[in-house]
Ligand binder design. Structure first.
Ligand SMILES: Cc1cc2nc3c(=O)[nH]c(=O)nc-3n(C[C@H](O)[C@H](O)[C@H](O)COP(=O)(O)O)c2cc1C
Ligand code: SF4
Ligand code: SF4
Length: 319
């Protein structure tokens, strides 16, 4: 059996979970390849018996993974599994992404999510989900990979009760849906605009933002150069800030400035997040590594790490 796992990961959590799932798939006897979403294409799907698709939760799937699934040519019932990592509000991901996968002709036989630490300019550091994914998460991811490889042939042979049931559409899903509706009513980035100063930019010695924008909004080779969803700035509503976080020279700044954004968030408790985590913890879904009172509400990310680059992607040992 051949398994292909395609993932998008901005801060490394989903990458590490994807690799653990792959380890489990291999342990169960499947030849398994892992590709970053930006290196994947639809033609390669034909060579595999089962596809795993994973991304962080950004309300639902990240827009690049969402697009990859919704534009996918018909897969004629090929087995797939879906996975994600997330912060405090993951509950809308599978209710949206599973039907999309089915519309692409995939048969999702299972799905699973894991908590992950959160890296955003104004969010507390340490965050509520600090320490995840942890060793237990990686072990669970391996088990999930083994289970998917074990179940796929049995499902093909008729044991369709092994297919995971649809997620329950409870009030947690509704909470996330209401937050999303609110954001869509004003589709701009609530963190502010992201602006690039060409005078401070090291291109062509640096390509970091262009290579890592999840939406493909940056083209510094073109004339005129393109930056962001507006061509000259980014105010995309998905709350991405990655180019700003990884730019080594300070060529990308926030408007209003990042430091003002961080100071505005200083001391801010996220009561809706805390309430959701309390519920998920009581239901055995969330294992905190820090007490809620130790969450870094007084040190939003940019105050906690005030030096550029604000974020460096963790080393991918396979590269
Ligand atoms: C732009 C952005 C939007 C996010 N939106 C959500 C969200 O709606 N719900 C949630 O639970 N976590 C959200 N998160 C947190 C990420 O899902 C979480 O940190 C995830 O583990 C990141 O995975 P990665 O390290 O693979 O990028 C968001 C993070 C970012 C950067
Ligand atoms: S990351 Fe910064 S320095 Fe590098 S190309 Fe982008 S704007 Fe220029
Ligand atoms: S904030 Fe930067 S990296 Fe994120 S979508 Fe906009 S241009 Fe791309």
């Amino acid at each position: 059996m051949k398994v292909l796992i395609i993932y998008y990961s901005q801060s490394g959590n989903t990458m590490r979970i994807a690799k653990s799932i792959a380890k489990g798939c291999r342990a169960a006897g499947a030849e398994t390849d892992v590709f970053k979403l930006r290196d994947a294409n639809y033609d390669m799907l034909d060579k595999y018996d089962m596809i795993g698709l994973g991304s962080p939760v950004w309300k639902v799937a990240t827009p690049n993974m969402h697009h990859f699934i919704t534009q996918m040519p018909d897969q004629h019932g090929k087995h797939c599994f879906l996975f994600n990592t997330h912060g405090t509000l993951p509950h809308l991901y599978f209710p949206v992404t599973l039907p999309n996968a089915k519309r692409a002709g995939l048969l999702p036989i299972g799905y699973k999510d894991w908590y992950g630490d959160v890296t955003m300019p104004g969010m507390p550091k340490p965050y509520y989900t600090y320490g995840h994914p942890d060793e237990q998460d990686f072990a669970e991811a391996e088990d999930f990979g083994k289970e998917m490889v074990g179940n796929s042939p049995r499902i093909a042979a008729g044991e369709t009760d092994l297919i995971y049931p649809n997620p329950v559409l409870d009030d947690k899903v509704m909470t996330q849906a209401l937050i999303c509706s609110n954001m869509l009513a004003e589709p701009v980035n609530p963190q502010g605009d992201f602006i690039r100063d060409p005078k401070k930019c090291a291109y062509p010695a640096c390509n970091l933002c262009m290579d890592n924008c999840p939406m493909g909004y940056i083209d510094l080779r073109s004339d005129p150069q393109r930056f962001g969803n507006r061509g000259f700035k980014c105010d995309d509503c998905h709350e991405c800030s990655f180019c700003f976080m990884i730019c080594p020279t300070g060529a990308i700044e926030m408007d209003p400035p990042g430091i003002e954004h961080a100071l505005k968030n200083k001391g801010k408790r996220h009561e809706a997040f805390e309430e959701m985590l309390r519920r998920d913890e009581a239901e055995g879904k969330f294992r905190p590594h820090i007490a809620i009172e130790d969450v870094g509400v007084d040190t939003p990310y940019l105050l906690w790490h005030p030096k550029r680059p604000y974020f460096v992607f963790p080393k991918d040992e396979d590269e």
